[in-house]
Design a protein around this ligand. Structure first.
Ligand SMILES: [Zn+2]
Length: 333
């Protein structure tokens, strides 16, 4: 869509949300930026000799990859939670641009149709669509619902329909991203339940964290004896493997500190955020720990054992599963 159309749609949405003027103008201005400073994504291509290579290409605005939309949405929301309002508004504006371009037929498929849709849309007044849009708009609550709205793409069959779709999606997403930073009642009670659960098992968690952190001991022994590595892999590529192993050990120790935080902290936000991080890390880091066998066989044994224990003791209960996706979307109290 044309820059002025993006601005008009965005202003109609921010006005419906009751956002003050200067902030609305900032978001509307940001909604024109993806045409001026575009996002790039990696694309695979084949060279003349038939080799597969990757290159950076300007991202499509008509069918933008969902991963990019999600990334921008999460960045906008996180900026808001961190109190970086300007950045949040900028990211939100950019996201709205993509959502507004999305219902327009792609110029790659039909350039003439695309141009005529954009021309017609620029003649429409978004305000006159708002009443109908507000009646039919679903306001997502939380990250899961928001990402679901992002994933729906509908290519319009008329310019009016494109305008309606653009407004509806912009309103849904802007309303969710700009919603209160504090968890709403439907989530906060679950968050409290999860926090109490971790706190009731804090002694046990404390022991696991010590176990995880204690792997620094066999690692140090391994480093001291690095000219006689335990396994042949370490012997074949001592330097590279050692650097990689040192990096992995760093991750395991950081994981251990995260578990320690969940066990000992009385700050609900810290406990939930770190628990979420452990949950995401536990499977990949235990698989990667196999590499540390080149340093000392005991390390992967400890890591895998601790990971399994933690997973089955702490992350298998239903309330956690219901709430874990929402944790980084809110501040908890
Ligand atoms: Zn565009």
């Amino acid at each position: 869509m044309h820059a002025d159309t993006h601005k008009a749609i965005t202003l109609a949405v921010t006005s419906a949300l009751g956002i003050e003027n200067s902030r609305s103008r900032r978001i509307a201005e940001a909604a024109t930026t993806p045409d001026i400073s575009p996002d790039y994504v990696k694309e695979k291509y084949r060279t003349r000799s038939g080799r597969e290579r990757t290159r950076w290409v300007r991202v499509s605005h008509h069918g933008t990859p969902l991963s990019l939309l999600e990334e921008i949405a999460v960045e906008a929301r996180h900026s808001l939670l961190e109190g970086k309002r300007d950045k949040a508004d900028y990211m939100l504006g950019r996201l709205l641009h993509y959502l507004q371009d999305r219902p327009i037929p792609s110029p790659d498929v039909n350039k003439h149709l695309h141009d005529s849709f954009e021309r017609e849309c620029s003649k429409l007044n978004p305000i006159s669509f708002m009443k109908k849009v507000e009646e039919n708009c679903v306001i997502p609550v939380g990250k899961t619902e928001t990402l679901k709205v992002l994933s729906r793409r509908k290519v319009a069959s008329t310019p009016e329909e494109a305008m309606e779709e653009a407004l509806k999606n912009s309103l849904s997403i802007a309303s969710s991203i700009l919603s209160s930073i504090f968890a709403p009642p439907k989530f906060s009670s679950l968050g409290k339940e999860v926090y109490d659960f971790f706190k009731s098992r804090s002694k046990e968690m404390f022991l696991y964290s010590l176990l995880q952190i204690s792997l620094i001991i066999p690692f140090s022994i391994g480093v001291m004896r690095h000219d006689e590595p335990m396994l042949s892999l370490g012997y074949a590529f001592p330097r590279i493997i050692q650097i990689f192993v040192a990096f992995l050990i760093g991750i395991f120790i950081y994981d251990g500190i995260c578990i320690l935080t969940v066990a000992l902290s009385s700050d609900m936000n810290k406990v939930l955020y770190k628990a979420r991080r452990i949950n995401d890390h536990i499977a990949p880091s235990s698989i990667l720990s196999i590499f540390t066998a080149t340093c000392h066989i005991i390390i992967p044994i400890i890591v895998i054992l601790v990971s399994l224990l933690i997973y089955f003791r702490f992350f298998k209960f239903p309330t956690w599963k219901a709430i874990k996706e929402e944790i980084d979307w809110y501040i908890w109290k």
